[in-house]
Design a protein around this ligand. Structure first.
Ligand code: 5GP
Length: 200
């Protein structure tokens, strides 16, 4: 059977990266690696966290229609490589796309069967504290990310599930439960499930 596609969004600083990283470590699910024109943060690895590239390299892939979706965020480009996503799903792997709300809406149109999860920080105040603690953003970037966080939260109703990241452990368990339940959902897969049953 084809793998399931999960889209995870939430404000920058909500803890998506930590939660998804832990889910990937504990399950068979894989994380899609996006391309971006922003600079690597301390500890980020090319090919693992992102494919870091120049504006020219990015636009060349856009020109060749190589992204399922791409956006400009905080003045930088981010894109999901199409071949990577389709190959993984075809090979039966579940995949998580950790992308912003604009990207999520585009993915919904191309992959209507995807499952969308929104990660919320416990409060706006806590989000601000987390972004400041990260210490990597300029004051303008912090202000921009907080404004964007409020805009993103407004899109919550288009998502299937939400997880409040108060305690990381609980948030990780919630996400694993959602993924697990999705595997047992009949949805529009009845025919495929019956065929697999007959052929087994
Ligand atoms: P950051 O710079 O903090 O790593 O990411 C900024 C925002 O861009 C986050 O909301 C992140 O989820 C989003 N993002 C990362 N990769 C992609 C992508 O391939 N497509 C879209 N649409 N958003 C992305």
């Amino acid at each position: 059977m084809e793998g399931l596609l999960f889209v995870v969004s939430g404000p920058s600083g909500a803890g998506k990266g930590t939660i998804c990283g832990e889910v990937v470590r504990r399950t068979e699910v894989e994380l899609s690696v996006s391309a971006t024109t922003r600079s690597p943060r301390k500890g980020e690895v090319h090919g693992k966290d992102y494919f870091f590239m120049t504006e020219e390299e990015f636009l060349e892939i856009v020109r060749k229609d190589g992204f399922v979706e791409y956006v400009e965020n905080f003045g930088k480009h981010y894109g999901t490589p199409e071949a990577f996503v389709r190959e993984k799903l075809k090979s039966g792997r579940d995949l998580i796309l950790e992308i912003d709300v604009q990207g999520a809406a585009k993915i919904r149109r191309k992959f209507p069967q995807c499952v969308q999860i929104f990660i919320l920080p416990p409060s706006l105040e806590e989000l601000k504290r987390r972004i400041l603690n990260r210490g990597t953003e300029s004051p303008e970037s912090v202000a921009l990310r907080l404004k964007q966080a409020m805009d993103e939260v407004e899109c919550l109703e288009t998502y299937d599930y939400f997880i409040v990241n108060d305690q990381v452990e609980q948030a990780v368990e919630a996400m694993i439960s959602i993924i697990s339940a999705q595997h047992n959902k009949v949805g529009n897969r009845a025919e495929e499930i019956i065929r697999t049953f007959k052929e087994a």
